[in-house]
Write a protein that binds this ligand. Structure first.
Ligand SMILES: [Zn+2]
Length: 160
């Protein structure tokens, strides 16, 4: 089975970022008209994640309607629906959706705060925006959200 790719609508920015952290290709439709969102979903073979009932139904088989305001609940629903897994080796840039590449400590040194350099030895960078990532407190927070959603999806699995 090919891996699912996603397009999140404007109201689901956190969901798109978390899917990227998990290693999935997730685009984010900002300031786009419904017709353009639908076209991108079809052209790029993406599942459309939306909170808009009408948009979801217009997307047909590609439309995934997410209900409620709970961001972790949205991720949980997507994880369960597509049986997603969290692979830290495949993490993508939370901002631009590009897959991150390893970066040496020497390369990272001029670009991260000294206190970070003291505590971390593994760095990743985005080939597109150049942002440097490391597994610090922010990362731990994100993994907490993602882990919580995956756990809930596994626990509550069963007939939809
Ligand atoms: Zn980036």
């Amino acid at each position: 089975m090919t891996e699912p790719r996603f397009l999140a609508d404007e109201m689901l920015g956190s969901l798109a970022r978390w899917l990227r952290i998990m290693g999935y290709d997730a685009e984010y439709a900002r300031d786009m008209r419904d017709d353009d969102i639908l076209r991108q979903a079809v052209d790029e073979e993406r599942m459309l994640l939306t909170r808009d009932r009408e948009l979801a139904s217009r997307a047909g088989d590609r439309g995934i309607l997410l209900q409620g305001d709970d961001a972790i609940g949205h991720l949980e629903a997507v994880v369960r629906r597509f049986d997603l897994t969290f692979d830290e080796e495949r993490t993508r840039c939370a901002l631009c959706n590009r897959q991150l590449v390893p970066m040496s400590v020497e390369e990272a040194a001029p670009r991260v705060p000294p206190r970070v350099l003291e505590r971390h030895r593994e760095f990743l960078t985005c080939p597109s925006c150049g942002r440097v990532y490391w597994k610090g407190t922010h990362w731990t927070g994100i993994c907490g959200h993602v882990g919580e959603a995956v756990r809930r999806a596994r626990t509550n699995s069963g007939p939809r």
